[in-house]
Design a protein around this ligand. Structure first.
Ligand code: GDP
Ligand code: IMO
Ligand code: MG
Length: 421
């Protein structure tokens, strides 16, 4: 088992990271979320039931695994309390959760601001309206509050009050949609009591685990194409889901990383706005959505669906440095006579092997190659050898085009529906 292992989204998010982190966590002593917040919706189907985790790391179902909300994460305290209650009600122990004292708070006014800013944009980002962008804006603008500041009640109250007053002064338009300070403070006080025991300096824990060669998993949220720097800006999230985000967000030196697994669906989906070259409308898109049950885990929005985009995987092979790929939802493609895969893009008579910035990517035409389909149901396959020949060819073509081995193939949402090569 690799010691420090990052699991990152190789597409637009919702690739199945939650399922694979739960799968890998069986052998991990620690799982760390290094960026993002409650915009995540990581679905896990295991012996305890079906869960959509938003903030809590997907290792929580393994009682021996320490789960860390890292420094780079932004936390809505009331929502985290609700999520912990939901888990506890399902009989899942949450005492193994630890929260970095340096993680930033998502405040109710960030949620109002997210809704307001999205309304006022001409080109919508299609955010999850969880306050993520505004919380990171305040962090970078040095207006934020770190969760460790909750410890000293009087100081915390003064900080929250002044942050609220400053926010409505700087954004008077928020007064219309904002709730009262008093209501916000009452809710925060309750959440503070629940969360205080979880908050600590996570660096010594992480440093010790890495130095002692314990298996540590890093759980990315979202995916490469929504990365603030390398994604389809401005239709991106406000953090770095790429492997590069691990060092800053978890506090692990880049040299400590041993393995980087890119999680990709066997096709492509996206929620939110922005260019998506291989998207298919009409019957084919609806067929994929139906077969794959493609609806957002956080917002319930129908996901746009399309064919596999090899340039995106190739791009991630460099930017994220994949050592291997996990190919998810291969079962969904059963029943097609042939399967188009995008091998490159065309723009103004030129061919491109890698994605371009959003302002150019919206004009490209995908160039497709057609691979043979298969009719067999894959959900009972447990070994690579069980797959039909055409499905094996599909996997091998991806490996060849991306130059990275496919280490795992997923043929259903459950833990055991995972082929380990
Ligand atoms: P994440 O955000 O990357 O964790 O992915 P989501 O949980 O948002 O979306 C992935 C969806 O696909 C969830 O509903 C999973 O239960 C489901 N899923 C994961 N792997 C497979 C698979 O191999 N086959 C099928 N049919 N569903 C899968
Ligand atoms: P997981 O972790 C899919 C998308 C939104 C929008 C953009 C910015 O389950 O992959 P934000 O709320 O972050 O400001 O929205 O990012 N988005 C997601 N899409 N899955 C998610 O999480 C997402 N989190 C954000 O749709 O385009
Ligand atoms: Mg998701």
């Amino acid at each position: 088992m690799s010691k420090v292992h990052a699991v990152v989204g190789a597409q637009y998010g919702d690739e199945g990271k939650g399922k694979m982190v739960d799968f890998f966590a069986a052998k991990a002593s620690m799982v760390i979320r290094y960026q993002g917040g409650g915009n995540a919706g990581h679905t896990i189907v295991n012996e305890f039931g079906k869960f959509a985790l938003h903030l809590v790391p997907s290792g929580i179902f393994h009682p021996e695994t320490q789960c860390i909300l890292g420094t780079g994460v932004v936390i809505h305290p009331m929502n985290l309390v609700k999520e912990l209650e939901t888990l506890q009600q399902a009989g899942i122990a949450t005492h193994n959760l630890v929260i970095s004292e340096r993680a930033h708070l998502v405040m109710p006014y960030h949620v109002w601001q997210d809704i307001y800013e999205e309304q006022s944009r001409t080109a919508k980002v299609g955010t999850t309206k969880q306050g993520i962008g505004p919380a990171y804006q305040d962090k970078v603008g040095r207006f934020g509050i770190q969760i460790g500041e909750m410890r000293d009640l009087n100081r915390f109250q003064a900080r929250v009050h002044s942050a609220y007053v400053q926010k409505v002064q700087r954004m008077p338009e928020l007064v219309e949609v904002a709730g009262s300070y008093e209501e916000m403070w009452e809710e925060l006080k309750v959440a503070r009591k629940v969360l205080l025991p979880y908050i600590t300096d996570t660096l010594p824990l992480i440093k010790e685990a890495v130095q002692k060669n314990h298996p540590v998993l890093l759980e990315g949220q979202l995916g490469l194409m929504r990365d603030i720097d390398w994604g389809i800006y401005p239709f991106v999230t406000s953090s770095s889901p790429i492997t590069g985000g691990v060092a800053a967000g978890a506090g692990i030196p880049p040299t400590a990383l041993d393995r980087i697994t890119g999680i990709t669906k066997a096709y492509t989906t996206a929620v939110g706005a922005g260019p998506f070259p291989t998207m298919v409308d009409g019957d084919a898109g609806a067929w994929l959505r139906d077969q794959g049950q493609e609806y957002g885990a956080t917002t319930g929005r129908p996901r746009a669906c399309g064919w596999l985009d090899l340039p995106t995987l190739r791009y991630g092979a460099w930017v994220n440095g994949y050592t291997d790929l996990a190919l998810m939802k291969l079962d969904v493609l059963s029943g097609l006579p042939e399967i188009p895969v995008c091998v490159c893009y065309e723009l103004a008579g030129k061919r491109y092997d890698l994605p371009l910035p959003a302002y150019q990517l919206e004009h490209v035409t995908p160039v497709y190659e057609s691979l043979p389909g298969w009719q067999e149901d894959l959900t009972e396959c447990r070994k690579f050898a069980d797959l039909p020949e055409a499905a094996k060819t599909y996997v091998k073509r991806i490996e060849q085009a991306v130059g990275v081995p496919v280490s795992h193939i997923s043929v259903g949402p459950a833990r055991q529906q995972t082929l380990d090569r």
